[in-house]
Design a protein around this ligand. Structure first.
Ligand code: TRP
Length: 302
């Protein structure tokens, strides 16, 4: 019999490497760890892995079990590197389910993202925790990539924003970037922007964290993080109340050519920043942003 998933010739003769066997192994406690590792390594090569994982008997339960079994290690922080690797392999398989168009809605309707929220809530800076946060954010990041308003509604209703803000405050540069990307995707949605701008507390909670990340970038620059921060600010400026508030709380470095010079090679972000400064009423600063690579302002909407 050939493997129903991979149809590969020689590989399929070795039963322990067959994808269908590996999926079955997920429900066998003795073989589970190896199966998690092998499947997560191979997941990119098999486009139909996600529906197979979802619809096979006991598989999703076996993945969720990997998650809940480490909850007791979160507080006080006791997770080891190998424990973290193992649960991250399970998360990689869930990310595959979250990304697939056929299983994304089922994944949401089963409330599976909620199982990851305790990982986003942890603030330990130890590597196993940082890796766990980053991988969990990757699953949420995969969900928001597709611009589905149902995803955004789900995330708002389950209060993901305070969790993202927490990582944006305390995470590594990479997990900050993914968390900011998620907030950016929420803001770009109409309901998401309205939600964040619905109260001053929410707006300032987001604004304060964005601003402290900008201050942090003065010491340790990161163009990819700055790009998402600028896009978040620009989108906030689409809301009337937020736009007025941004006049008072746009962080100083965003108005300083010495700081924003790092965006020199990124014309898109330069344009976003210049538009943000125009929207916030800093016309003179807008003209200075990346002056050498931006056309003098016909493209900017005043
Ligand atoms: N329950 C809080 C609220 O609705 C959730 C929250 C905390 C929040 N911090 C936030 C929402 C920041 C948006 C932004 O306000």
């Amino acid at each position: 019999m050939v493997c129903i998933l991979c149809f590969h010739g020689p590989q399929c003769r070795d039963v322990s490497l067959r994808l269908d066997q590996l999926v079955l192994d997920l429900t066998n406690p003795v073989k589970k760890e190896t199966a998690l590792l092998e499947l997560s390594k191979k997941r990119e090569s098999f486009p139909e892995l996600a529906p197979y994982l979802w619809h096979s008997f006991g598989t999703v339960a076996a993945l969720l079990q990997e998650i809940v079994v480490i909850y007791p290690l979160l507080q006080p922080p006791q997770l080891t590197s190998s424990g973290s690797n193992r649960v991250c392999n399970a998360l990689a398989l869930l990310q595959c389910v979250a990304s697939h168009p056929e299983t994304r809605t089922l994944f949401l309707e089963a409330n599976i993202p909620l199982f990851l929220y305790p990982f986003l809530n942890s603030t330990s800076k130890a590597r196993p925790f940082e890796y766990l946060r980053l991988t969990s954010l990757g699953v949420i990041g995969a969900l928001v990539k597709v611009d589905d308003p149902a995803v955004i509604s789900f995330l708002l209703n389950t209060e993901i924003i305070p969790l993202c803000l927490r990582t944006m405050e305390t995470g590594s540069e990479l997990s900050k970037t993914v968390a900011t990307f998620i907030v950016q995707k929420i803001l770009l949605d109409e309901e998401g922007l309205a939600y964040i701008c619905a109260t001053a507390e929410r707006f300032f909670a987001v604004g304060t964290v964005l601003s402290s990340m900008v201050e942090g970038l003065v010491e340790a620059p990161s163009v990819r993080l700055l790009k998402h921060i600028v896009r978040c600010y620009l989108r906030l400026s689409d809301n009337r109340c937020a736009r007025d508030a941004l006049r008072a709380c746009t962080p100083e470095p965003l108005r300083s050519p010495a700081f924003t010079a790092c965006l020199r090679d990124d014309a898109v972000t330069c344009r976003w920043l210049a538009q943000l400064l125009v929207n916030a009423g800093f016309f003179a600063d807008a003209r200075e942003v990346c002056a050498e690579n931006l056309q003098p302002s016909p493209l900017l909407q005043l």
